[in-house]
Design a binder for this molecule. Structure first.
Ligand code: BV8
Length: 251
């Protein structure tokens, strides 16, 4: 499942970028979007994950995010998250660029996590922009109001909204300068995030996809491993651990 080429490249890599999507959190019990039974099979993104939906029916959108927060706040990082974090034992610099809003990469211990689509634990006022990151409102059933009277909304990027400039700029930098880019657990259909593995390819990186299904990235990647994040990432770190000369012998 893991090629010798990939392991050799990993042992010589200076920077590895791990680009992730909802599939990485699936094994933590957090629903994906486009798989059967995923979030979008019950809801239409245009009905919920966009500003017009929020302005038209703020309470409905707030309740949808409350339901998702309930799952996320009770979810734990899985083997895949933890293996991605422990890559840092073997590679000088690992950058996690995630489309996920669940915060599980940070909880798993990854030191650089770039959140392209925001974070479901955070909120701000739609009217004045004031931040409302106090955790107690995460359990409010009725949509809370800001002191300015505006509606408070989750700090996530909705369709039609721009990604945070600092996040996408740093993500593009990490895609351009990395030796290896893993694309893990994403259907590779949401832009501009889906362009990052192609940017890495154009910049000479070795691109490896990890997904039980094919995606639009599959035919471009150097390797596409038809398996789950929780199977592949721990196997990679196990092989790296086996290869690492015990420190007392390397003196
Ligand atoms: C923007 C909100 C300026 C937060 C989300 C260029 C071309 C075409 C379209 C566009 C374009 N530029 C902009 C667009 C429009 C749009 C877009 O991309 N539409 C697509 C759908 C056609 N993009 C935007 O609007 C972006 N904004 O560009 O602004 C603009 C605007 C309009 C027009 C031009 C410019 C904003 C995009 C962000 C939208 N926000 N969510 C939330 O509520 O979560 S999207 C949503 O999809 C999530 O954020 C998620 O991160 C993202 C991607 O989904 P995935 O993570 O890939 O999840 P998915 O379920 O799809 O796939 C899971 C995969 O995992 C599957 O392949 C499965 O096989 C695999 N898997 C399952 N289990 C496992 C596994 N893999 C490994 N291990 C497992 N165990």
């Amino acid at each position: 499942m893991i090629s010798q080429t990939l392991i050799e490249r990993l042992t010589n890599a200076r920077l590895v970028t791990v680009f992730t999507g909802a599939g990485v959190s699936a094994e933590s019990g957090v629903a994906t979007f486009r798989a059967q039974g995923g979030l979008w099979s019950k809801f239409k993104p245009e009905e919920l994950a966009n500003l017009d939906a929020f302005l038209a029916n703020p309470q409905m959108v707030w309740e949808w995010y409350q339901a998702r927060r309930e799952v996320v706040l009770n979810a734990e990082p899985n083997e895949g998250h933890r293996a991605i974090a422990s890559l840092e034992e073997f590679v000088p610099h690992v950058s996690v660029v995630t489309q996920n809003i669940d915060g599980l990469h940070t909880e798993a211990g990854s030191s650089e996590v770039i959140e392209l689509h925001g974070n479901i634990r955070k909120n701000f006022c739609q009217n004045c922009g004031k931040r409302h990151d106090n955790l107690e409102i995460l359990t409010e059933h009725h949509i809370p109001s800001c002191s300015c009277g505006g509606n408070i909304r989750p700090d996530v990027v909705w369709f039609g909204e721009l990604l945070p400039a600092t996040a996408i700029e740093l993500a593009e930098k990490r895609a351009k300068e990395c030796n290896i880019l893993f694309s893990v657990g994403t259907s590779s259909v949401v832009w501009p995030a889906a362009g990052l593995p192609l940017l890495a390819l154009d910049s000479g990186a070795y691109v490896v996809e990890i997904n039980p299904e094919q995606t639009p990235l599959t035919r471009h990647a150097h390797e596409s491993i038809r398996a789950t994040s929780g199977e592949v990432m721990p196997e990679i770190t196990r092989l790296l651990r086996e290869m690492r000369i015990p420190s007392e012998l390397s003196k």
